[in-house]
Design a protein around this ligand. Sequence first.
Ligand code: ADP
Length: 373
Amino acid sequence: MRLFLKLFASHLLVALLALLLLFLLAEALAPRFYQGHVAHMYQAFAMMGGGVMAEALRQDLEEGLRSTLTTAFLAALPFAALGAALTAFFASFRIAKTARLLAEGSRKMAAGQYNLRLPLLERDELGELALAFNRLAEALEQVERKRVELIGTVAHELRTPLSALQGYAEALGDGVLERERAAEGIAREVRAMRRLVEDLSLVSRVEAKAMELHLEALDPLALLQEAAERFQDAFQAKGVALRLPSKGPLAPVLADRERVFQVLSNLLANALRHTPEGGEVRLLAERKEKEVVFSVEDTGSGIPPEHLPHIFERFYRVDPARSRKEGGTGVGLTIAKGLVEAMGGRIWAESQVGWGSAFRFTLPLYLGLTKGG
Ligand code: ADP
């Protein structure tokens, strides 16, 4: 209400001041224009011999002009004041209403009511302000929905190994399971929980962009070679071939060594998990302008097109039961995406069911040494 009164009073004051100024100007200027004409008449009259009468007439006319102006001003004043008051009222009311709605909306939003939207009263800057408020509310609503969803998903992810642990404990208690087998099972579930907790902590750091990076110039081919060495045994055990690029040297990239290995490990683990025995996984690195494109290509099951746009989302799984059974935490690609983007690159997947998948990511070239490659 205070804003409304202030706006109303200032609008009214401006309008009345303008009116007063108009009157004073008319009072000051109108007689000057008028005087020339009267002087002319006065001369004509004087020549005709009516000097005294002419003077009286001149005074009378001047007074008449002043009183006409004053009367006109006083007569117009109530109408002008009413017009000014009405205009001031509506203009102030509109601004004050938007301000009140915004204040009320912000209070409700601060109390957690994110589904609130302001009516779009006008198409001007006030309307834009309301629109901006609505966009903010929408964004907050989405963040809140994701937060609630995430808590639900994490609870669900933890429930699975916890139920298994409870099962082992009960089986041990009832004596229906040997101690060694129960211990093995318990250790497996604890490992899965530990991996999940570690991955979750990494996801939260990646998403909060709170990761420390130790950027240095790294040889792309050496990175692929070392990653391949770390996975050699696992690939051999499953009977999947792991191929490395045969091309010559490449210009170095600017990246964090351990983080690149983490990305490559997640992609290689996925490729191995989804490629059947006898299949092949190829590692590639290729320079494209100011970056190097790394690829992990497999001849595995492929990803159906309807799932492809979602696989980098947290806990998105094409086949949830299979992913859990095979030790996936459902956040491997989310972590890979966060790490690649933190190092200034992009990551994407290309896939065809029955043919295989290719996961590619870029890393920026180390600009101190851009020749060669
Ligand atoms: P997960 O722990 O389930 O592997 P990810 O985030 O690493 O979680 O991957 C998300 C989903 O993407 C996986 O559940 C899987 O269905 C699919 N996916 C990832 N890599 C491949 C691949 N190379 N071939 C086929 N599907 C894949």
